[in-house]
Design a binder for this molecule. Structure first.
Ligand SMILES: O=C(O)C(=O)C[C@]1(C(=O)O)C=C[C@@H](O)C=C1
Length: 395
């Protein structure tokens, strides 16, 4: 494995180029000294596991002159004759910076999603981490818990659709669990009408799918005059059609689900709006450190005191700093859904009490975002930052 910053060091060059390396042959405890990380890397290279710690790729091998090369080889042979070559194989392989950083394709990441294989939520997980291991969960809450219990690294959950609107359940769960939003995925959702092999769409009497998916295909399904039946997710609907073997029952699901469950695609892109986009959130146990290197979004949730113009004031903290809001959602407060307010003239009145969820286009690394939330805190009864994460701009 090649190490950043180390390639120029090739394994034979190291012992002669670093001061103190010559001692290493006789004192492996040199590792316990107060060595810098670079020196520590050198020690490991020089003493023991040069070949195993770093296997330089072909073009990173040092181009040694004859004299350098014979000197280096001599030192290695000296070490080996003193018996160090045996230790080389026994010593643990030192960790490198590459070992510690997660690969960008997510090949070591386990991602929970709600639904069965072939669900759109799995597509979203694979869009975010193309080589991840996807872990199906029966309910949204199971995906939250899987992250909290360290069964998986991340969860990918739908939060809103461009046609169907918000997925309220996930807004409520965001507050009930203490996970952090570390990313978002915008997914183009192309629904297909699926049926058993050889069936025509005219034969269908009913169709199964997730309620959001059925709602997104309202016009097509109405024109076919088919009865709609809710399922937990679109892939489960496809699986049910395949397993029941009913020729008059179809499913609204993805082309990938058709392949997985051996169904025919009777019609493609049956959603009412061509631009049918679902936005998913990526949740993790730890927040990411926000940057300013690319466009970021921040999600917050807060409650306000009762009174004229309080929501106006809350929104003004962003407008005053030129911060664009991309989403506002209000949900009833489960702990205190109703608030009784005593008015001396009118008697007591009951008001609904709300949580406000806001997404805004700025990173928490930007002072204007910090000032805006500091300002909001002055009159919000409760405020929580759910996450500050890179925006997904390409559906
Ligand atoms: O049923 C699925 O396949 C899902 O992933 C669920 C879901 C949703 O919850 O909105 C996800 C994306 C589509 O908008 C339709 C359904």
């Amino acid at each position: 494995m090649a190490v950043k910053g180390a390639p120029t060091w090739g394994y034979a060059k190291t012992p002669c180029s670093h001061p103190g390396i010559s001692d290493l042959g006789s004192t492996r405890s040199g590792l316990a000294f107060n060595l810098s990380f670079r020196k520590w890397e050198c020690c490991c290279l020089g003493v023991a596991s040069a070949q195993r710690a770093i296997t330089p790729v072909e073009d990173e091998k040092p181009n040694l002159t004859g004299a350098e090369s014979s000197g280096a080889i001599q030192r290695i042979e000296d070490n080996e004759s003193r018996g160090f070559h045996k230790d080389m194989n026994l010593l643990p392989k030192p960790l490198t910076a590459n070992d510690l950083s997660s690969p960008r394709d997510g090949s070591k990441v386990r991602v929970a999603y709600q639904g069965l294989p072939g669900a759109y939520s799995e597509d979203a997980a694979l869009k975010a981490y193309p080589k991840c291991e996807t872990v199906p969960c029966d309910q949204f809450e199971a995906a939250f818990k899987a992250v909290e219990l360290w069964l998986v690294d991340k969860a990918v959950l739908p939060i809103e659709n461009s046609v169907g609107g918000s997925i309220h359940r996930n807004y409520d769960l965001l507050l009930r669990h203490r996970l952090h939003i570390v990313g978002e995925v915008q997914l183009q959702v192309n629904h297909c009408l699926l049926g058993l092999p050889g069936v025509t769409k005219e034969e269908l009497k009913r169709v199964l799918s997730h309620p959001q998916a059925l709602a997104q295909c309202e016009m097509t399904l109405s024109s076919l005059g088919i009865v709609r039946i809710n399922a937990d997710d679109s892939a489960l609907a496809a699986q049910m059609v395949a397993s029941t073997g009913l020729r008059n029952t179809g499913a609204v699901a993805s082309a990938r689900a058709a392949k997985i469950y051996g169904l025919d695609i009777l019609a493609e892109k049956i959603q009412d709006d061509d631009d049918n986009i679902t936005r998913f959130l990526i949740l993790a146990r730890e927040p990411i450190i926000p940057g300013t290197d690319r466009p970021y979004k921040t999600s917050v949730v807060f409650t306000l005191e009762e009174g004229p113009g309080v929501l106006f004031k809350a929104l003004a903290v962003f407008a005053l700093r030129g911060i664009n809001l991309t989403k506002i959602e209000s949900r009833p407060q489960r702990q205190r859904p109703l608030r009784v307010v005593d008015d001396s003239n009118e008697g007591s009145a009951k008001y609904f009490d709300y949580l406000f969820y806001i997404d805004f286009e700025a990173s928490m690394a930007e002072p204007r975002a910090q000032y805006a939330l500091g300002h909001l805190q002055e009159f919000a009864r409760f405020l929580r930052v759910l996450g500050s994460y890179p925006m997904d701009t390409i559906p």
